[in-house]
Each structure stands twice: as structure tokens, then as C-alpha cells.
Design a binder for this molecule. Sequence first.
Ligand code: 9MR
Length: 395
Amino acid sequence: MKKTTWSLLLLCMLGLLLAGCGKETTEAEKPTATPAVTSEAEPTNTPEPTSTPEPTPTPTAGLTESLYQHYADDFRFGTCVAGAYLKYSKVSELVLQQFNSITCENEMKPDALLDQYQSRAQGKVVVTFSYNTTRILDWAKQNNLKMRGHVLVWHSQTPEWFFREGFRNDGALVSREEMLIRMECYIQQVFAYCDSKYPGLFYAWDVVNEAFTDDGDGLRNSNWYKIFGEDFITEAFRLARKYAPSGVKLFYNDFNTYINYSNKTKTDRICNLVTKLKAEGLIDGVGMQSHLDVSFPSADAFVNTVNRFSALGVEVQITELDVTTKPNAAGWEKQAKYLESIFKQIVKNDRNKTANITSVTVWGVSDKLSWRGSQHPLLFDDNLNPKPAYYSVLQ
Ligand code: 9MR
């Protein structure tokens, strides 16, 4: 056989090996056109989102300290990043100077990785890492950053077709058995790809995100819940543990994790879940998103929650920290004081082992690049200059 024929044969076998999941597309549903080849190469004509604002001055030269170096003995210090703004050298320089961990803001969410076209073409769940995602992973690898994987199982930013017959937006919801196959196929491919292309890059993954409601009703009525009932969480962690490379820590991640009064029992619910999963060896930690405001929750209530999760014998990672405030001198001051109070306590508790914090991530590099930009929640201002909050976190 010719060399090229052998190569083709090998490629087909590799494809079949990676496939490994049940087929279900009928002839009628198959797309007629030849499926596009999944590529990791930089497309020549990918337009950059036009809305990405370019920050102006170069402030980093003036900074003599670094968040991650300051906390090197305590925990990793990270930020979320979006590929679209890493191309601005002032942003990427600031990230490299201040942080040693990154999380993709959107580029590793289910809707970024699940490929409807290929799934329909191949009759099984297909995950595609596009250039949008790999440019961040490549950059992290080249610069010795470590990453948090965000996120595998979530009700939001997950395409409707993933849950439906024939991978069609208008199909009926599939059975539990079929969804379990899809979940496994998806989780297996994500970990396999990351481990083969980026071994050692990821230290933690958000396996399930935001499963609980804030009030006493319990679990959110998501497609996952509709198909599985509550054990979609356990199944997700079981599969994540099965396929995650050893050493990669598995997290349950949520917002308002400190809400626990009256009929709002989110903290209790998360504690019960973690206790159960930990007994089965399936979970390593709780991710507290921490989208806070200077007036709520109190720094003490926040710190108490960190301690409660830590007391369960798991790691705590603050995964999406931002603190909204008013954009004036008094607002900056409040924000700085609030963060100072939180950091003083959590660092002290981490050092005396009342808390077990292994990573702190702010949800964005600067106010201008934040999803809550109008409320100025981050450590650097619109022009990438450090705010009082930055210095208070360094104290
Ligand atoms: O910061 C993300 C923003 O760019 C997206 O538009 C938004 C859409 O859901 O998601 C934001 O990130 C969320 C994170 O993935 C999970 N916790 C809440 C964050 C803010 O909504």
C-alpha cells in the first residue's frame, strides 16, 4: 500500500477511536454537504469582534508588584481572559505581569466547544476546539500560565440541540440513557483533547456550574434536570473523574454561594452536595464565583462561607471575583476597604488552616473589559491603571 493510503487509513482509525460514542443520526438528518474539516490553524479571515475596546495608556511599566508573586505561598492568582482582547499587547503584558492562572471567559463553555454540524454529520456528539479557543490555550502554554477549565455542565451557554433528538434545535428532548451517552462523549473528548495537546495546563475544572437556585426550591429546572432529575450532577462528576487526568481538581462552581437565610438555603444545599460527592471521591472543591457588591454580602458573611466549605475538607477557589461600586472617589474607597477586609481574613484563615483556598480569580482584567463594566468592579480601571482596590488586595 502507498504511504498516503496508509496515512489515510490511520487517520480514519484514529477518528473511529476518538468517536467511541453511540450513533443516532438517521439518513434523512445527515447534512448533505461534506462536513468542514475541524481545524486548529488560524483562519485567515476571522473577523475580530468590533466591539472589543482597545485600552490606551501603558501603565504596567509603573507597577513594581505583582498579585501572583505577592500570594505565591498562598494560592494562585488569576483572571479570566477573552481571546479577542489578548491581542492588545498592553492587556496581555498586564496579565502576564500580574497573574499566574487564567480562565477562558467564554471560549471553553459548551456552546463554544459543541459542534452541531459535525455532531449531525457523524451521528454522535463532536467537540471542536476552534482557533478562538486554542489561541488562548496556546498563549497560556507558551507563557507558563496554568488554567481553570470553565465549564462542562451548565444550564446556560449550552446549545439546545445538544439535548434534543437528531441534534436538532426543534427535536424532542432525548432519553436519560441517550443523554448519558452524550454527556460521556462530550466530557471524554474535552479531557482527551486538553490532555493530548496541553498536558499539565489545566489544574482545575468546573464540572457543574450553577445547578442550584438561590431560594429554597433547590435545583434549577434546566434541560439537564428535566432529562436526568437531580443525579445529573453525580453523573457529571463520575464521568469527569473517569476522564480527567490525575491531578486535575474537580469543582462545583456557583454564584451567591453565601446566601443562607430564611428559605434561601444555597450554602446548605451546596454543603450537602459536596459531602455526598466527597464521600464517593468525586469532588475536590467548591468554586465560589463571588460576583459581589460593596454593600452585599458583608465581608464577614463571605469569609464565613469560605470557612464552611473548607471545613468539609475540600479546596475553595474564588473563581470569578468582582465587586461593583459607584464610579467616584468614595466608591473606589469602599471597594478597596471591602476587598481589604476579605483578603485580610481569608489569607489569615488560609495560613492558619481554617480555610483552604487554592486559587483566586478576578473576572476580568479591567473595568472596561468586564461583563459588569458599567459598575466598575475590577482592580484596574478602563485605562488599565491600578485602582485603590488593587493596592488594598496587595496589602
Ligand atoms: O463574563 C461572561 C460574559 O462575557 C458572558 O456574556 C456571560 C454569558 O452567560 O457569561 C459571563 O460569565 C459568566 C460565567 O461564565 C459564569 N458565572 C457568571 C458569569 C457572568 O455572567
